[in-house]
Write a protein that binds this ligand. Structure first.
Ligand code: KMH
Ligand code: ZN
Length: 274
């Protein structure tokens, strides 16, 4: 079994400071949170930008600031979102890819997202995949529904993606696929054997699905984007607390945690130029 890659989804587009007072919002706060999760054991940070008033934004210049804050502080892999918020336009969503990050997310299908629709028509995800391919950005394929795997496999067949693919199964978003062990196991069965995968269990499902992924040889995402609680009814003080819990479980289970460079090797990323 490979070493465990832990991704910290630091901010997201939906969570507010009212819900989670420790949510990192400003670029320097996101940089500091990245350092903390790196010190706790994370090797990737999944990032959404916010404006000064806390609204989600896909502004390239804010992502650029975040990228340099993180790079100045620690060697984690910077993975900006191309999902943004449900109301962002396709053009807005693709802006952070222009910064040539090592990775970026790629959602390969449309689904309900709470009361909203997270819209990812074929034209959009083909354009996004092509842009990442041209810039050497490794996509993390975000799967909220099973058909999104079929769409990704079609992208692979049509030359928009290269193997090995890397998937993130996001389970438990209201309106999309639920966070059951049976669903996770089914999704893992659908992807090519040379793929890598991680899981994001939403809310109270975060730790349970993380433990299943730990045993199955998958990787794990935690963080305020997905879950704001450390224990039931107790908000976490930091993203790093959520990472530290996974590291403790991994230690007990006997699975080593990957450093950022080890994660780069597992995911087939080029070595980071410092
Ligand atoms: N905020 C969601 C609508 C991603 O980052 O790529 C989409 C999302 C996926 O968070
Ligand atoms: Zn996201």
């Amino acid at each position: 079994m490979s070493k465990l890659i832990i991704t910290a989804a630091l901010t997201g587009a939906e969570v507010t400071r009212e819900q989670q007072p420790n949510l990192p919002i400003a670029p320097d706060e996101i940089g500091s949170a990245a350092l903390e999760v790196y010190q706790a054991g994370a090797s990737i940070v999944h990032v959404h930008a916010r404006t000064a008033d806390g609204s989600p934004t896909q502004d390239k210049e804010i992502y650029r600031e975040i990228q340099s804050e993180i790079a100045r502080k620690c060697p984690v892999i910077f993975q900006p979102s191309t999902g943004g918020a449900t109301w962002h336009t396709a053009e807005e969503r693709l802006q952070p890819v222009e910064l040539n990050p090592e990775m970026a997310t790629l959602s390969t299908g449309t689904c309900n997202f709470g009361r909203d629709v997270f819209s990812n028509p074929q034209d959009f995800y083909e354009q996004a995949a092509r842009m990442m391919q041209q810039r050497g950005v490794k996509p993390e394929i975000e799967v909220f529904e099973a058909g999104m795997i079929d769409n990704a496999l079609r992208l692979l067949k049509d030359g928009f993606l290269q193997a090995p693919l890397h998937f993130n199964f996001v389970l438990g978003v209201p309106g999309a696929m639920s966070a059951s062990v049976r669903n996770l196991s089914f999704l893992v069965d659908q992807i090519p054997p040379d793929s890598t995968w991680t899981v994001s269990g939403i809310g109270r499902h975060e730790t349970a699905l993380a433990m299943v992924a730990m045993v199955m040889g998958g990787h794990i995402r935690v963080g305020f984007e997905d879950n704001i609680y450390l224990y039931r009814g107790q908000v976490a003080q930091s993203n790093a607390q959520l990472v530290a819990r996974i590291v403790r479980i991994a230690k007990e289970f006997g699975r080593e945690v990957a450093s950022p460079d080890e994660a780069r090797e597992i995911l087939g990323l080029k070595a980071r130029v410092t």
